[in-house]
Design a binder for this molecule. Structure first.
Ligand code: NOJ
Length: 514
């Protein structure tokens, strides 16, 4: 069995941990997190027991979308550090057994990127067709009805007065879309990936990857969905060819480099097709996070559908509960007990879990007063800084952090939770350690078990390793049949003892069957 496990790529058996660099840890006291801050806190991540960190964008950027507007793909924003600081971080992460994934933002650049600055200079500029330009409609309006992702109903087109044409931006006007039909764009972006892979980076999370291939005719979005952000609707077969080329590039490097795609489509469940064996290694399972409430039937259905849909195309699933774009699941689900039970789900389902820094502390979203709002997409709450110590500065010496603290930063600080063996932080550590020890959890199959309506129950088996997971979605005790020894309980109760047949309120347990 050990050999079998060794044959599985790390990105199937491992766990990824997302770091939002602005909010993780501040090394220079300017109130914004940075690479040096991350380096100093690597021990926290390594002790947690994850396998890789994914850093949201660290590249030079005007920060209109906090780094998802890249002005130079091959450097580090001075706010975050230097290439040397990055190399040091990678070396120390590797020495601690952590891989490092960067955030690749291929759909659009910043309008401050030299490519776009050149492109907008003249219609004849050699960089012009690196972006998507179109003449105005006869009435002077935008070329089609596509809507941008931020701001309600704002066109995805901005008129460049000087050259008299519109350029496409699926997000902010400061984020012009690249034209991936242009081979020069493809070649330049492949060079970007090589730049970082040559530096020892272990892979990339890829931003809005489903938007790369666009219908060359740029047809209007049809009436039922017109007015919704085009970025959440765009699907074109050409994307899959682009992804095959990226996969060949990544697999040309030794050491299991990985491509993890963000596919966020509002009305289609096709995201697994982007992780077919010759495309991306992984795609996020975002619908579970975005659309599934804290209700057992909804989760049962989603688990069944994920299992089936990913298997149908030969893709390996992922699980994610929170990230920098949506309210944290502790806030969505409404209590710490539920957040703990959700952690048991995320870390015991079949697939690669992607955690969001701070969920191991049970953080809620910050309440951000209007005068401190900074994000055009209204996502400040889930991006609040991580509290490291109880007081007075929570481990952020210097000026006040760029966003307000999440609720109870003292009680929720890493140091406080570290000192309490019953804390959610220790639950995450126990779950991650168990997941590593038991083949059934990191590679076994998954079978849903019959259970009371308000419980989700499944078996994870792999040879001699036989695990059952029970999650009680009710905030009151629920009887649920199963037998075995409790390995981990979301509230820490009765670990090591035989399961009695009754789950506590919002309790989740991992049992080893006899
Ligand atoms: C998805 C990213 O996660 C989000 O933060 C960003 O605003 C958009 N893509 C645009 O890059």
């Amino acid at each position: 069995m050990a050999n079998d496990t060794a044959r599985r790529p790390w990105w199937q058996t491992g766990v990824v941990y997302q770091i939002y660099p602005r909010s993780f840890a501040d090394g220079d006291g300017d109130g914004v997190g940075d690479l040096e801050g991350i380096r100093r806190r690597l021990d926290h991540v390594a002790r947690l027991g994850v396998d890789a960190i994914w850093l949201s964008p660290i590249f030079p950027s005007p920060m209109a979308d906090f780094g998802y507007d890249v002005a130079d793909y091959c450097d580090v924003a001075p706010l975050f550090g230097t290439l040397a600081a990055f190399d040091r971080l990678v070396a120390e992460a590797h020495a601690s057994g952590l891989r490092v994934l960067l955030d690749f933002v291929p759909n659009h650049t910043s309008d401050q990127h030299p490519w776009f600055r050149a492109a907008r200079r003249a219609r004849t500029d050699p960089k012009r067709d690196w972006y998507v330009w179109r003449d105005p409609r006869p009435d002077g309006g935008p070329p089609n009805n596509w809507v941008a992702a931020f701001g309600s109903g704002v066109p995805a087109w901005t008129l460049d007065e000087q050259t008299g044409q519109y350029y496409l931006h699926s997000f902010l006007p400061g984020q012009p879309d690249l034209d991936w039909r242009n081979p020069a764009v493809v070649a330049a972006m492949h060079d970007v990936l090589r730049f970082w892979l040559d530096r020892g980076v272990d892979g990339f999370r890829i931003d809005v990857v489903h938007a790369l291939g666009k219908d060359p005719l740029l047809p209007d979005d049809p009436p039922p969905v017109a007015g919704l952000p085009h970025a959440c609707l765009n699907e074109h077969p050409s994307t899959h060819d682009l992804l095959r080329a990226l996969r060949r590039l990544a697999d040309g490097y030794a050491g299991g480099r990985v491509l993890l795609g963000e596919v966020f489509l509002l009305f289609s469940d096709t995201h697994p097709t982007y992780a077919r064996p010759d495309e991306l290694h992984l795609v996020f399972e975002l619908p579970a996070a975005v659309t599934v409430p804290w209700e057992a039937p909804a989760w049962r259905q989603r688990i069944a559908s994920v299992t089936e849909r990913f298997a149908a195309v030969g893709a390996w699933p992922t699980w994610v509960l929170s990230n920098h774009d949506m309210p944290r699941h502790r806030s969505r689900f409404g209590s710490e007990a539920r957040a703990r039970a959700a952690a048991v789900l995320a870390l015991t389902l079949r697939g690669t879990p992607v955690l969001y820094a701070g969920e191991e502390l049970g953080l809620e979203d910050a309440v951000v007063p209007r005068e401190r709002t900074v994000d055009p997409g209204g996502r400040d709450g889930c991006r609040a800084p991580i509290p490291w110590t109880p007081a007075p500065d929570h481990g952020w010496p210097g000026v006040e952090p760029w966003l307000p603290w999440p609720p109870d930063p003292g009680d929720r600080s890493v140091a406080t939770l570290e000192a309490d063996p019953r804390s959610i932080l220790h639950l995450y550590r126990r779950l991650l350690a168990l997941r590593r020890r038991r083949a059934a959890l990191h590679r076994g199959g998954l079978t849903l078990r019959p259970s009371p309506d308000r419980v989700v129950a499944y078996d994870r088996d792999d040879g001699a390793s036989r695990i059952t997971v029970l999650v009680n979605f009710a905030d009151e005790p629920t009887d649920c049949e199963a037998s075995g020894r409790i390995l981990v309980a979301s509230d820490g109760a009765d670990e090591g003892r035989a399961y009695t047949g009754r789950l506590g309120p919002a309790q989740a347990i991992v049992i080893e069957r006899e």
